[in-house]
Design a protein around this ligand. Structure first.
Ligand code: TYD
Length: 206
């Protein structure tokens, strides 16, 4: 069976995943590859509805319910979009995957990271990326990029920054545990340098 290449991009909010996914897409398209560019949450019609709940529901969502919603989005997305693309031999470039759940629901929401990972592995029947690009950025710098105009943060925002710090540390621990799967890039570097580092690593997979 011909099999494509599954590449995921991870990192905190404001780390530049979308810009780098676009750069990688352009380069691979120029190399003549067929690319499926997708994301979680929200890579399918069902996923768009789930995304609306997890990102915009007013009021609390219990942490375990949140983890299950991301896993539900993922199950449908992998079964209906990603696996068929890989079976066709395409390159899948995806914003966020299982590592987002382990970092955000595990370390951020403080659920058991192994349980969160197990849930996603069940949801996806164990599909792992060939390469995961972690765009690593200090939580404060990411915050600054997201909202350059603010000089002060209220209590909630301060708490959010601690949450993002935990997420960052969790990502770095995931990358250290699976060095063959991860490429960690300093997201504070210029866009073109990051894009070049990503291209060199992806070239090894093709
Ligand atoms: P994203 O689409 O990257 O946000 P945006 O389009 O606004 O840049 O991700 C949405 C949010 O969902 C992001 O804060 C991370 C979070 N998330 C989780 O908490 N767990 C997950 O499993 C995934 C995929 C995302």
């Amino acid at each position: 069976m011909s099999r494509g290449v599954f590449i995921t991009l991870e990192g905190g909010d404001g780390s530049g995943k979308t810009t780098q996914a676009e750069r990688l897409h352009e380069w691979l398209a120029g190399e003549g590859r067929t690319i499926v560019r997708t994301r979680e949450p929200g890579g399918t019609d069902v996923g768009i509805e789930v995304r609306e709940i997890v990102l915009h529901h007013r009021g609390d969502i219990a942490p375990r319910a949140e983890a299950l919603l991301y896993a539900a989005d993922r199950a449908h997305h992998i079964a209906t979009v990603v696996r068929p693309a890989l079976e066709r031999g395409d390159v899948v470039i995806q914003d966020r995957y299982i590592d987002s759940s382990v970092a955000y629901q595990g370390a951020g929401r403080v659920l058991d990271p192994d349980a969160v990972r197990g849930l996603s592995e069940w949801a996806t029947e164990g599909l792992l990326p060939d390469l995961t690009i972690l765009l690593d950025l200090d939580a404060a710098a990411a915050r600054g990029r997201l909202d350059e105009s603010r000089t002060r943060y209220d209590r909630l925002e301060a708490e959010a920054s601690e949450f993002h710090h935990r997420v960052r540390l969790a990502y770095l621990a995931l990358a250290a545990a699976e060095p063959d799967r991860f490429l960690v890039v300093d997201a504070a570097r210029p866009v073109h340098e990051i894009a070049a580092a990503i291209r060199s690593r992806v070239a090894l997979l093709l």
